[in-house]
Design a protein around this ligand. Structure first.
Ligand SMILES: Nc1ncnc2c1ncn2[C@@H]1O[C@H](COP(=O)(O)OP(=O)(O)OP(=O)(O)O)[C@@H](O)[C@H]1O
Ligand SMILES: [Mg+2]
Length: 272
């Protein structure tokens, strides 16, 4: 599946123009008061097009989660502006345009899997898009957890719990999925499986995904573009276009062409 390489979009005849999903315009975030102020990110501008898979990488503490939380309306920028499909993040949050997945699956331990997945449909009130939400069972099917509807989180493995978190994020049919090291706590084999599942879901849904990871290999395997953030106060140090076909299977993880991209990212991180 060929995708345009940039957000400056001139569609060819008959094709709908690709929209910008997320616009980050000169964003800075400073935490705390004047004496103890920490400038986490500075002067970050980035445009992510609809349907794109973008990863953010950078040294620990450089501001990746801060940037993701700013997109998600959890943190307000000290300077600059974020737009999601041309609206404020608060409006995107109200219309459930995006969902977020964290490193640790935050599940209610006393509730069955199906009720954990259903939660966003209950806490957020009526469907602002008029019945466009997904059946929680369908969401569980997407992450291959059919048959576990009535299990408790404590009866699942770490990888299965993280799948439940993903199903819960998908149940509102978000246009944008923000993922903060979602597979960071899992072993490599489980991570591999979930990487492949995530790519399948991404293709089926047409979602825009912003993915934070410490694994350069994972970033290259999943993404169309990898954004390298510099040390704090973090800016965008470099962006690597991943020149690999969109059809990706696990064999690619060991392929030399993936290794070449990983080496480039390692150099970029060193230069940051
Ligand atoms: N709520 C907060 N209050 C004060 N400082 C914060 C807050 N959140 C983050 N910071 C600071 O902002 C900087 C960036 O933190 P952030 O969590 O965004 O880094 P990160 O790149 O996600 O790191 P990691 O890879 O370890 O998850 C750090 O110096 C951190 O201490
Ligand atoms: Mg983080």
């Amino acid at each position: 599946m060929a995708r345009p390489a940039t957000a400056a979009i001139s569609p060819s005849a008959g094709q709908a123009p690709v929209r910008t999903a997320i616009e980050i315009d000169n964003v800075a975030v400073t935490f705390g008061g004047s004496a103890k102020a920490v400038r986490a990110i500075d002067n970050v501008s980035l445009s992510i097009r609809e349907g794109e898979f973008v990863s953010l990488i950078g040294h620990s503490g450089c501001g990746k989660s801060t940037l993701l939380r700013t997109i998600a309306d959890i943190i307000q920028p000290s300077e600059g502006m974020v737009r999601i499909f041309d609206g404020a993040p608060s409006a995107a949050r109200a219309s459930r345009t995006f969902s977020m997945v964290f490193q640790q699956s935050v599940l209610m331990p006393w509730a069955k899997v199906i009720d954990n997945v259903r939660l966003p449909l209950e806490v957020g009130g009526a469907d602002p898009r008029g019945g466009n939400f997904m059946d929680p069972r369908e969401a569980l099917k997407l992450v291959e957890l059919e048959g576990f509807e009535d299990a408790l989180p404590s009866e699942l493995s770490g990888g299965m719990r993280q799948r439940v978190s993903i199903a819960r994020a998908l149940v509102t049919r978000p246009k944008v999925l923000l993922m903060d090291e979602p597979f960071g706590a899992l072993d490599e084999l489980v991570r591999d499986t979930l990487n492949v599942e995530l790519l399948r879901i991404w293709k089926q849904s047409g979602m825009t995904i912003v993915f934070v990871t410490h694994s350069l290999q994972e970033a290259v395997f999943l993404s169309q573009r990898v954004v390298v953030m510099s040390r704090r106060p973090s800016r965008i140090g470099a962006i690597l276009e991943i020149e690999l076909p969109d059809e990706r299977d696990l064999a690619l993880k060991d392929a030399p062409e993936l290794g070449i991209h990983v080496a480039k990212l390692r150099d970029m991180l060193g230069a940051g």
